[in-house]
Design a protein around this ligand. Sequence first.
Ligand code: ZN
Length: 377
Amino acid sequence: MTSILSTLLPQKETMINVLSQWVNHDSPTYQKAAVDAMGRMTVQAFVDAGATLVATHHQPEVGDHYTVSYGDSDDQILILCHLDTVWPLDETQRRPFTIENGHGKGPGVHDMKGGTLIGLFALRAIHQLQLKPRYKLVFLLTSDEEVGSPTSRALIEAEGKKSRCCLVLEGAHNRSVLTTSRKGVGRFLLEVTGVSAHAGVEPQKGVSAIEELARQIQILHALSDFDRGVTVNVGVISGGERPNVIAAYARAEIDLRVSTMADGQAVSEKILGLQPQLPGAKLQITGGITRGPFEETPQGLALFDQAQNIAQNLGFTVEKFSSGGGSDGNLVAALGIPTLDGLGSLGGGAHALTEYTVLDALPLRAALLAELMLQIK
Ligand SMILES: [Zn+2]
């Protein structure tokens, strides 16, 4: 057994205690005060583990972002964590941290308070054993990942460009995997303007924005090509005012997923170039790719191979995984920086009431991350 693993295994109860404290603190993305309090508590734990708070990046609307580092090499490894969750304020009142059959449960337990916890304890073990990482470990703790990272994106990209590689502490879903590729994500808004008219007296004078939208939805969904990994989903629609009025306005929110940047560009152009189907209807379409695809690369796979060897030495296996969901790893991978994701907690049910993390795996996953941070060449 490695010295890191034998340091971490007896810390399982301490890990669970910190996790329960973090899960019981609500941190919805747009509740700045709550996320800031979560951030201060988390940063303090990193400082207590031997790290330095390098910068607090103040934000007016979302929680502040933080740069925390360990070691003093000029070269760095970037580790990405996020403080926000998808759950509303007071969710933890309704569903506080509990343990059932070896699973920790509660809002954000897996996405990604469990992941940030693994980062913290990996660092703690390195510090406790006075091991000297070859590269400076730079942790970014950001506060708007769950809404697509609008305010942290520039910071993540700037740190990514300075880094030899990037490790992302999103969770491993349902089995022991690490994420070597992720789909790219696009978001679009389609607004349809028609012409209102009395639905009974002179319907022929109207142009129904709802009928136009219905036709556009069919065209949009037909752009999906599951074999190529392209998915177009109209997830939210609204429009119209009253049943007896031909609708003058309707709108749709559209989600696009792609496996390659080429498909991302091609399908984005089709969405942005949609043409009205009914005479007199007008379309306005805005949006684009928010996170480019995180495509598998030889350098990224080399990181995975290294992690797989480390896991084997620690007594467990990991498989590689391609995720349909985006993460901040997409932003760094798109810059050509070798990126490995899914290094956070083992669990599942992210964004769902079934969310859980496997408590026995916490020390093992922290040992994997610590060894990887030390062994990266
Ligand atoms: Zn997450």
